[in-house]
Design a binder for this molecule. Structure first.
Ligand SMILES: Cc1ncc(COP(=O)(O)O)c(C=O)c1O
Length: 453
């Protein structure tokens, strides 16, 4: 049968798996298929995905059965559904399981129903979405907030809604796809700077301003990079933007709520609350639902986003359920209870990193909900991910286009409710899987130098 799963046989070693071809290739190879037949020219991609799925190294095949908690049931990998330790879901403060969040969702369902039934400009706003805007504005110290149906939409909408073809974007080499695609859609004047390298940002800003003083420049970065768990120097970036008449946008999808004093993320940790030009983020990592936002201090920018950010104007507004869940999650994240959950999360991050470092694994970045474990080769990430799933430890093997080619890794994402015993058990199994998979060490060059723009 064509789609039949070939169960991974523990007796077979990774070399045998390699012979199947399921460890070869990468998504980049199939990105530009040729020919007039739009529906069939992806056949080679289809065959490649099918081969990987049959050998249990295709993460798309997995499904979660039940809630995304530290102990979760996952089906559809290389065998029957397994209950195991889950580092593959994003629920940093464990709010998806919080009774008050569930109660807020039920109340919204009772009182407003499941559907916003229109874009924000066409009666899609609700009391809940207005309260959510106000609460976000308070946390960020930025009074002008626009909501979006997803974080992706917020990133894409922020850039395409504000930047036009004569403007310039200067963007970190490792910025999320939503930001990069937004930049490319907004203007051809996109310059990529080396990861976290403020000297390079300065150089590019100076180069642009030497030729063009008439148009805008948007500098784009993240509060906590989603694959490398590191953060830029935000005061310096904002200072450079002032110096060169540019505007700074920081994507706080992974750090807002989960890190920083009061849940204010990397921006609060760097004492920049209310002092960043544009902040955008997502509810999908810490705030237990789908949705995103863009915030700034200037009303003209808000008006522009409302009118010209396509994913806001031309997409259904957040449902009352989503708004209620995000609002209640935000309330908890900014309360004393949130401080406690963040402390648990950070303790878990420090503990897991120490365990993995003790096993001689390389984990880039600093303690945060994201713990990347370097494998280098895509095949090593695939094998390690599969071996771990077999041991009922669920992680996300990440390869191109999520990260550069040859910089594959396992991404473990922590929750406040992971227990010390779960971390200990997982760390041992991660180390064993990486060794068996032949995970490599990163090149000697560290940090910014590893990624040439
Ligand atoms: C840095 C960053 N920005 C934006 C997004 C998009 O957020 P969402 O998943 O809510 O669409 C993500 C999620 O993958 C992300 O990691």
């Amino acid at each position: 049968m064509h789609n039949e799963l070939i169960p991974f046989d523990p007796a077979r070693d990774p070399q045998a798996l390699a012979a199947s071809g399921a460890l070869d290739g990468n998504v980049a190879q199939f990105a530009q298929p040729r020919g007039p037949d739009l529906l069939r020219r992806g056949a080679a991609l289809d065959a490649w995905c099918t081969l990987r799925a049959r050998h249990g190294v295709w993460p798309y095949a997995r499904v979660l059965e039940g809630p995304p908690e530290p102990l979760a049931t996952v089906a559809g990998g290389d065998g029957p559904a397994r209950r195991g330790i889950n580092f593959a879901s994003q629920d940093y403060l464990s709010l998806a399981a919080h009774p008050a969040v569930a109660e807020a969702a039920q109340r919204a369902l009772r009182e407003a129903g499941p559907h916003s039934a229109g874009s924000a400009v066409l009666l899609g706003n609700t009391r809940l979405s207005q309260q959510l805007e106000a609460s976000l504005g308070e946390l960020l110290g930025l009074g002008q907030v626009v909501l979006f149906p997803t974080g992706w939409a917020a990133a894409f909408g922020a850039i395409t809604g504000l930047v036009h073809g004569a403007d310039h974007v200067v963007i970190d080499a490792l910025a999320h796809a939503s930001l990069r695609q937004g930049a490319m859609a907004a203007t051809r004047n996109v310059l990529v700077h080396r990861h976290l390298d403020c000297d390079h940002v300065r150089e590019l800003l100076a180069r642009i301003r030497a030729q063009d003083s008439a148009n805008a420049i948007l500098v784009v970065t993240e509060g906590l990079f989603s694959m490398d768990a590191d953060s830029p120097d935000l005061p310096l970036l904002q200072h450079l933007c002032r110096e060169y008449g540019a505007t700074l946008l920081v994507d706080v999808a992974h750090d807002l709520g989960a890190l920083g004093p009061g849940g204010g993320g990397a921006i609060a940790s760097q004492n920049m609350t209310g002092r960043i030009d544009i902040v955008m983020g997502s509810f999908s990592k810490t705030f237990a639902t789908n949705g995103g936002f863009v915030a700034c201090a200037e009303r003209p920018a808000r008006r522009q986003l409302q009118m010209y950010a396509g994913p806001h104007m031309f997409s259904n507004a957040l449902s009352p359920l989503q708004a209620a869940v995000a609002l209640e999650s935000l309330r908890i994240a900014t309360s004393a209870e949130g401080d406690g959950l963040r402390a648990d999360l950070l303790r878990n991050a420090v503990e897991l990193r120490a365990l993995l470092a003790g096993a001689k694994l390389h984990c880039p970045g600093a303690p945060s909900p994201i713990v990347p474990v370097w494998t280098g080769s895509e095949s090593a990430a695939r094998i390690a991910g599969m071996l771990l799933a077999r041991d009922a430890v669920f992680v996300n093997p990440v390869e191109f286009p999520g990260v550069p080619l040859g910089a594959a890794r396992l991404r473990l994402q922590l929750m406040a409710h992971h227990s010390p015993a779960q971390l200990r058990r997982a760390a041992g199994l991660v180390a064993a899987a990486c060794e068996r998979a032949g995970a490599g060490r990163p090149p000697a060059l560290a940090g910014a130098e590893r990624y040439r723009a």
